[in-house]
Structures are given as C-alpha cells and as structure tokens.
Design a protein around this ligand. Structure first.
Ligand SMILES: [Zn+2]
Length: 512
C-alpha cells in the first residue's frame, strides 16, 4: 500500500504598476511584444536595478495573511542558469533569507474527497514566500525555422510560495490552490488568473510505502519525488496528481525505480511526461545579489502593512454564519463573489435600520432579522444574480442602489407585494434604476386590497371552475389551493394573498 506525499510551489505575478527592478509598465501585452522593456529588464550590461517597494509590500501582505513569520532582515540572491528567455543569464530571486517563513493555511475539504466521507479542515504549512522576477517568453511561429523572444514579461514581480509536503490527495491540493487564489484576490496582490499564467502551480509528489498504518517519519524513508510543471488550471492540478499516483504506484508494484525528474502535463492526453532530470540547488550556484542592498524592515513599515490587510475569506465565512444565519452554500457564493457579498451587507444595513425604526422588537440578531437576511440573500442569489448574468454589481451600469433593493425586500417581507410582482419590479429596477414604489405606482402593480374588488374576482373564479369547487365541497383540500392560484392569476398577481384566501373561504363556506 502506497500513500502520496505532496507539496506545492505556487507562482503568482503581482499586479503592481511597474516591474520589479525598473520603471517599465507591468503589462505583458502579448499583442505588442517588446513594447514594455528598457535596458534594465532586457539585461543590458552596466545597468543597475532598484527595488519596487510596492512588490515587497504585497509579498509581505501575503505572508502576514498566512500567519508567516516576517524576519526583519531579507536579501536577494542570483539564481544562475541559461535559457534564451532570461536575458541576464540569471534570475534575481531569494535563497536563504526569504521575505516570509513558516506560515499555515487552513482549508475546508469537501465531502467528495477520497480521504473522508465527511468534510474536514486541513492545515497545510507554508514553508516560505519569497520574491523573484519573471522571465520573458519564447514564441515559436508555426512553420518557421526560428524562435522569437518577447521580453514584456521579463522583470515582472513574481511571488513564489512553497508549502511543506502536508498534502495527501489531489482534492486537498486543488482546494489549497483555490483558497490561495481567493486570498490573493482579497489582498489585491495578484489577479491570479491561471489561464493567463498569472498564477502557476507546480506539484512535487512522491509515494511512500505505508508500514503499520504509518508513513515514514523522515525524508530518508520517503519515496523519490517527481515535479510536475505547466499546470494552468485547478482541474489540471487535480488530474495530474491522480495520474501520477497511479503511474508511480504501478511502477513501484512492478519493482521499478522512480526517477527524480521534472515532468510536464499534457492536458489533452491527460498524462504527465518526462521533461528533464531535476536540478539541485547547487546547480544554480546561488550567491547574494551584489547590485541590490539587503532589506531591513522597520517595525513601522511592517505595522503599516498589517493595518492594510482586509477581512479574509475564512473570517468572512464565520461572520456571515453568525451575523446573518445563512447556509454554507449561500455564504460561499458571497465569499467568492466579493462584490455581491458587500452589496448584500449594504442592503442588510439598510434593512436593519428599517427593522429598528418600524419594530423595536426586531433588532439585529433577532429571529425577524435573520428571516430578513435569508429573504434578502435569497433574492440576491437567485433573481438578481440571474439578471446580472455573470456581471458584477460593482460597475457603473448597475443601477439598483442597496437602499432600493432593501426597500423591495421590505415590501415582500410585509406581504405588500407577491413574489411574482417582486420579480417584475426587480426587472424594471434593473433596467431603469427606479425605486420600487415608483415602479409599482407607474406600472399599476399596486396590490388589490379592496374587499369588493377581491370578492368580485372570487365570484368569477368560482363560476368558471365548477369542478374544483365541487371537489373542495367533497373535502379535497388541494382544490382550495388550486382556486387561490386561479384568483392570483386572474388579478395578475396583484390580489392581497391573505385577503384572497379569506374571501374564497367564506364564499365557499357560504355555498355549503
Ligand atoms: Zn524595464
């Protein structure tokens, strides 16, 4: 029996305005190759780099969010290797003194994982987060006998995060990477779009024999690891790990040796393939970067960064559960769609004011408040999200203010309009930005609460539906509901539902 030990290396391009060591725009712009370059990032002799403070702040911010230690002293090193997309012949990176060390990230693993049939929380330790620069890109024009180099990406600030080998399955690896992407976006340090290569995941995986139900205690007893590169989607991370577990265990069962190597991922074939033998650190001949001063962070500098960290996804999940009593799925939707979650909170703040003003007993935290938050959450995540069709609420074309949305929820909550009318009103609000009472007035959607008008509709429905009326008299309760439906339809959803029920009940009772 073999068990996998998995560690991840995750690169993310930072969304700073300028590059890491020069003032070129940080804009890879593949349509205009070599448009954002200068002597520094194209590696001309005699040029001197300067450190982009904004990039340093962003990496430290990530470290703090992952509960890392931030050593007061840090420095850059040269990592020497030759590749045509690396103009200097070395990459400026960090070796023995990274910006952040020893953190942890807790992720929720869903029920569908192999490890367990119930969801569980997984702690993955973060070994380090450091700063380096991205390389250029090689282009291989189809059918030609040459390659081209685009240096727009050379010198783009790149953050590298390395985990400890705490991951035990493909699902755990995928969830870790997903949560990390979310955190990068909350912190606004990287757009982290995997398809655009702004976030790249590499997997280190080895299989070890389980003896007496235990994995080997130290690295010596562990299996030989393979490194998988070129994973540009979460799905690919998951599939590549599953493939490697199968490949390595089949090889080990046959008594074959696993080679320590770097493997690529072929997404179409769904297979990993050998690329080259893995380099050791000594192959890179690391040494301190002589052109950049070492960094000593003042306490003030670090405190300032700390104060800029917003509420993170994990905290938001527990707060939304406590304050609004929403279910796990709704909460996750608001956490993933940050703008919508913030809009929900603005609407809820309007609603809580309204609740306080109109009904002293329905203060925040009471049952009535929780009912309102469920109703509000529900309208946002079904009807409004349907209208939005993937667009954000955080754009000028979106016209519904949180105040107006809250007012609509109030009207539904007080039974002043039916859910059918609410839907029509919401559509009109979405198109014009009008407030709900204005829409109701102008479209003649006011609820019918006039007794004689409702009685008239009831009489008409009774006359037109003799069969259900007869069935009801015979004791069939469902026919009553059917007739209520007919009344609502006849009034185009405008009849006050409670009055309609009462009127129907007394009319039918009168017939007996
Ligand atoms: Zn430059």
């Amino acid at each position: 029996m073999f068990k996998p030990t998995i560690g991840l290396e995750i690169h993310a391009e930072l969304n700073t305005k300028t590059k890491m060591f020069c003032s070129c725009r940080n804009e890879p712009d593949p349509a205009r190759p070599n448009s954002n370059i200068c002597p520094v990032c194209s590696g001309q002799p005699g040029t001197l780099p300067t450190i982009n403070q904004e990039a340093i702040r962003k990496v430290i911010k990530v470290g703090m969010a992952l509960k890392c230690a931030i050593p007061p002293h840090s420095k850059f090193d040269r990592k020497n290797y030759f590749y045509p997309d690396l103009p200097k012949g070395y990459q400026v990176s960090q070796y023995d003194e990274p910006l952040c060390e020893s953190g942890v990230l807790e992720v929720r693993i869903p029920m569908d994982s192999e490890e367990g049939q119930v969801p569980y929380d997984k702690f993955v330790r973060v070994r380090r987060v450091h700063m380096e620069e991205d390389t250029g890109r090689l282009l291989h024009p189809e059918g030609s006998d040459h390659s081209l180099v685009d240096l727009n990406r050379a010198g783009v600030p790149l953050m590298e995060l390395v985990t400890e080998p705490d991951i035990r399955s493909a699902v755990e690896a995928r969830r870790f990477a997903e949560e990390l992407q979310l955190i990068f976006r909350y912190l606004n340090v990287s757009f982290a779009d995997m398809e655009k290569g702004q976030m790249r995941v590499e997997v280190n995986i080895s299989l070890s024999e389980v003896k007496d139900g235990k994995l080997p205690e130290n690295e010596k007893g562990m299996g030989v690891k393979a490194e998988i590169k070129n994973l540009n989607s979460f799905k690919a991370v998951e599939r590549a790990i599953d493939y490697e577990i199968k490949r390595q265990s089949e090889a080990l069962e046959k008594g074959e040796k696993i080679v320590q190597e770097t493997r690529g991922w072929d997404d179409v074939k769904g297979k990993t393939y050998s690329q080259r033998e893995k380099e050791e650190a000594k192959d890179y001949r690391y040494f301190p970067e002589p052109d950049l001063p070492p960094m000593d962070h003042s306490e003030e500098f670090l405190n300032k960064i700390k104060s800029e960290i917003p509420e993170l996804p994990s905290r938001k999940r527990s707060r939304f559960a406590e304050e609004y009593g929403l279910g796990r799925t709704e909460i996750e939707n608001f956490v993933q769609n940050k703008d919508l979650g913030e809009y929900f909170e603005s609407a809820m703040s309007e609603l809580s004011q309204w609740v306080d003003e109109t009904n002293g007993s329905a203060k925040v935290g009471t049952e009535e408040f929780l009912k309102l938050s469920k109703l509000c959450g529900n309208y946002l995540q079904t009807d409004l999200q349907c209208l939005l069709n993937g667009e954000s609420v955080d754009r000028p074309e979106f016209l519904i203010t949180p105040e107006n949305f809250a007012e609509l929820i109030c009207l539904v909550y007080q039974n002043k309009i039916s859910s059918k009318i609410a839907k029509m009103v919401l559509e009109e609000m979405y198109d014009t930005g009008a407030d709900p009472s204005q829409v109701i007035e102008s479209k003649g959607l006011n609820q019918i609460s006039d007794q004689s008008e409702i009685d008239g509709i009831v009489q008409k429905v009774i006359a037109e539906n003799p069969k259900p009326v007869e069935d009801y008299k015979q004791g069939k309760e469902v026919s009553f509901q059917f007739l209520v439906g007919k009344i609502m339809a006849a009034s185009r959803g405008k009849a006050n539902p409670e009055m309609a029920r009462q009127a129907l009940k007394s009319a039918l009772d009168g017939l007996q």
